[in-house]
Write a protein that binds this ligand. Structure first.
Ligand code: FAD
Ligand code: UDP
Length: 368
């Protein structure tokens, strides 16, 4: 008999398993249908011995001291500030768009004040910034929007930016200084020995049992448990009662090259050419030294494993129906990117899981 059955061994499920076992002394069974723990953050050494991320490049960054301190119990870190270049009109230009991007693109020598004036002259004033198109055209104008965002977004989501909520392209800011880092969070580092090793440490507890290669539906009747934590797609949990929630998928193409370096920076985005969105070379992220190198191309797909919830108003309305249904269940908790249909980064999922744990704990203390 388990206190908790947890479906999904990604960040959401693993953080809760760890907290429940270590702090609340609960007996936990964590199940995943995949053959490994770590969810989408899983990494492994490929045939050449290069550490790669099976589900696309994962770069850890957070402003939360709580999340960073918590994860530091299970890993040491390697400082890494991610940088990205966008291939636009044959030029490799820094993204997020910043002072260097504009000066390189137009052959100018603007300073920050002049760039602010330049953006002001190009930007389209909007009464309300509602869509992913609005965000960009109201900041930098239509030409830069079309070169850097329109094609990439259409490829990535199969939708025009005007159909997507503003939160999607708002993830990528515009800067008037020369800061060309992809993220500006306080803590930016990669787990020194990889994500999988970190997950192994989290789940290494006598009260945590792990069952892989198992869809929870196939074993539900055979397992005794008091409460359920579900981190898979919420629409699947309710047998698609209100219809399917759209999730965007990707296909990953890995290549290993018999050379030390493949490209000049961690990630290169291809907004306007090819069917893939970006190429990432893992050794930049992991810091690994190796005479070969491995890269991954990301090809967006409508069908396949659910990787991205799609932020747009009608999807949010459909999710709300599932959420309302979920709130009526007393002993089932929905946590994580798929179960709460939120375009969350890893740190946000960890924060959400820690919050759910605190709620469970408080409720238990009140009851006893
Ligand atoms: P998941 O990791 O998806 O875990 C859910 C688990 O549930 C899966 O392992 C799944 O197999 C299992 N499951 C589902 N249904 C069932 C079932 N019926 N039975 C049993 N098991 C089931 N975040 C960042 O912070 N930085 C990044 O650079 C970054 N890059 C990303 C790149 C890509 C291509 C993608 C797709 C995501 C990226 N993310 C990044 C987001 C990050 O992957 C997520 O925030 C995080 O992994 C979500 O954790 P989770 O536990 O909610 O979900
Ligand atoms: N985006 C874009 N051009 C870029 C980079 C990002 O249009 O060069 C848009 C695109 O819609 C993308 C979103 O901004 O899906 C968020 O980008 P991010 O790099 O955060 O995506 P993720 O790493 O989550 O796939």
């Amino acid at each position: 008999m388990y206190d908790y059955l947890i479906v999904g061994a990604g960040f959401a499920g693993s953080v809760l398993a760890e907290r429940l076992a270590n702090i609340a002394e609960k007996k936990v069974l964590i199940i995943d249908k995949r053959n490994h723990i770590g969810g989408n953050a899983y990494d492994y050494y490929d045939q050449a011995g290069v550490l790669v991320h099976k589900y696309g490049p994962h770069i850890f960054h957070t402003n939360s001291l709580e999340v960073f301190t918590y994860l530091s119990e299970f890993t040491e870190w390697r400082n890494y500030q991610h940088k990205v270049l966008a291939n636009v009109d044959g030029q490799l230009l820094p993204i997020p768009i910043n002072l260097n991007t504009i000066n390189a693109m137009y052959g100018t020598n603007l300073n920050s004040d002049q760039l602010t004036t330049f953006f002001g002259s190009k930007s389209e004033k909007k009464k309300e910034v509602l869509t992913s198109e609005d965000v960009v055209v109201s900041a930098v104008g239509r030409e830069l929007y079309e070169k850097f965002f329109k094609g990439y977004t259409r490829k990535q989501w199969g939708l025009d930016p005007s159909e997507l909520s503003s939160s999607v392209t708002a993830r990528v800011p515009t800067r008037t200084n020369k800061d060309d880092r992809y993220f500006t969070d306080t803590y930016q580092s990669m787990p020194l020995h990889g994500y999988t090793r970190m997950f192994e440490k989290m789940l290494d507890h006598p009260n945590i049992h792990i069952m892989l290669n198992t869809d929870y539906k196939d074993v539900l009747g055979e397992i005794g448990y008091k409460e359920l934590i579900f981190t898979g797609p919420i629409d699947e949990f309710f047998d698609y009662r209100f219809g399917k929630l759209p999730y965007r998928s990707l296909e990953f193409k890995f290549e290993t090259h018999d050379q030390e370096q493949f490209q000049q920076i961690g990630t290169i985005n291809y907004p306007n050419d090819y069917e893939f969105t970006r190429i990432t070379e893992f050794k930049y992220l992991t810091g690994q030294k190796h005479h070969k190198t491995s890269v991954v191309y990301e090809f967006p797909k409508a069908v396949g494993d659910p990787y991205y919830p799609i932020p747009k108003p009608d999807n949010a309305a459909l999710y709300k129906k599932y959420h309302d249904l979920a709130s009526q269940l007393q002993s089932t908790h929905f946590v994580g990117r798929l179960a709460t249909y939120k375009y969350y980064n890893m740190d946000q999922v960890v924060a959400q899981a820690l919050t759910v744990f605190k709620k469970i704990r408080n409720k238990e203390i009140l009851v006893n």
